[in-house]
Design a protein around this ligand. Sequence first.
Ligand SMILES: [Zn+2]
Length: 286
Amino acid sequence: MGTMLGTTLPDVDVWSERVTVALGQNPGLFTGPGTNTYLVGSGRRRILLDTGSGADAYPDVLARAMQRAGCDALQEIVLTHAHVDHLGGVAQVQARWGPLRVSKLPDPEDAPALGFAPLADGAVVRTEGATLRAVHTPGHATDHLCFILEEEDALFSGDNVLGIGTTVIPSHGGDLLDYMRSLERMLALSPRRIYPAHGPLVEDGAQKLREYIAHRDARERQILAALAQGDAAIAAIVKRVYVDVPEALHAAAGHSVAAHLGKLEREGRVRRLDARAPLEAVWSRA
Ligand SMILES: [Zn+2]
């Protein structure tokens, strides 16, 4: 998820000899042009990586993508994480292509009825022409997996890196400290391309990861500077730090500042002067 208004992508596109994308038909403020669902491999049966949100128009688009990719069946479904814009299409894909296995990193909040097969950090999923290796990368969601496509040194980044814009760290399940560690882990893999869950493909993955890290680091320095200048409430910090951002977006900015303060608190660099929730609390440098 990320804000990416104004970006459009074709419904079906071939991004490499082993990667074809079918757009989830679920455009929106947080999904941009919609979720990228990927057919991975080069054989008759492909892995489907993520399934979109369950939009009525999606199965026909996926069928067209399979035709375009030159395959006639799905081997199995693999999910980056349990947000609805990634797993919401599982039922309709299974209704059309049969009871395929669905794998993801187990999470206590997963509905048992969905019967996911467990996929651990480091697990490998193979198909003809492609090898996917799972990398646990929490921060946007606790159960988030990225996948290395070994044949291309490419990375399916899920929602951790987007083709345009920045990733949302939700107050439920999100954790900015975990997220920053995940970005470092992804960078250490030195991916060439990044295939994101939303937005266009990223040709220089390592560079994009460095940009993401630098962006968050700069924001953190601004927030610490605002605290040093006496701002104690998130509203005041937002006013100072997001001076160029329209006021309509200040509520969203407040959530982002709260995520930063939560990270800094875990690191012992700021403290909460009262027991209120992050958004309402009074903050100071430690
Ligand atoms: Zn997500």
